[in-house]
Design a protein around this ligand. Sequence first.
Ligand SMILES: O=C(O)[C@H](O)[C@@H](O)[C@H](O)[C@H](O)COP(=O)(O)O
Length: 237
Amino acid sequence: MIEPLFVEYPDAEAMADSLAGHMALTLAEATEARDIAGLIVSGGSTPKALFQRLAKRKLDWEKICITLADDRWVDADHPASNEKLVHESLLVDDAKKASFISLKTPAKTAVEGAPDVQKRLMDFPWAADLVLLGMGEDGHTASLFPGAEALNAVLSPEGTDLCLGLTPKILPKDAPFERMTLTLPALLDSARIILMLKGAGKRHVYDRAMAGTDIYEMPIRAILQQHEVPVEVHWAP
Ligand SMILES: O=C(O)[C@H](O)[C@@H](O)[C@H](O)[C@H](O)COP(=O)(O)O
């Protein structure tokens, strides 16, 4: 196994500053090389400071297409919506010119909404130039939750779906909702993956993920232990 590059920062601000620089450079290179860039970002609480810094970068934002690695099945104005976070923290100022593909439809459930989201995602400029992921303390990433009924389907390397609706077996207290998630093959259809982690707890979870191989127990392993896409792990206390 090739170990991911592990970068450690003194604090969360330093991590956000540095990652905003790295991501801006990758996006600038992509818009220059192929006139379009594809960026997949995660929600949750960790990336907000990074989004605010990235939004201030001078980039050809109109050539950048952004979507989410996953979202909670709530309306885009709901406080728990990842789309809301992206609209308020990343798609501001100049970055407003970027195009955004939402993972939410008016369908009642994410499972019912998945075919429409799949159609929208066909317009994303695959392969993604950059995927920004987070990780939960249970070892999930995007919404690839351990124990979820649809986990087999979302992790299947032969799967042809870009996204699927899924309900976490244990609903996270801060966001107890059904999810729409990109599948593992969609997340791996990318040139570079950045995993952004904050706090001692996640450092411990990361070490545990690297110490075992069962991707069903800790789905983040399917990202950390694959050989197709280079992964960098960025951590701050
Ligand atoms: O919608 C979500 O919850 C995510 O996209 C999820 O995969 C997130 O990245 C991790 O749960 C970490 O979340 P925190 O940054 O809030 O710790």
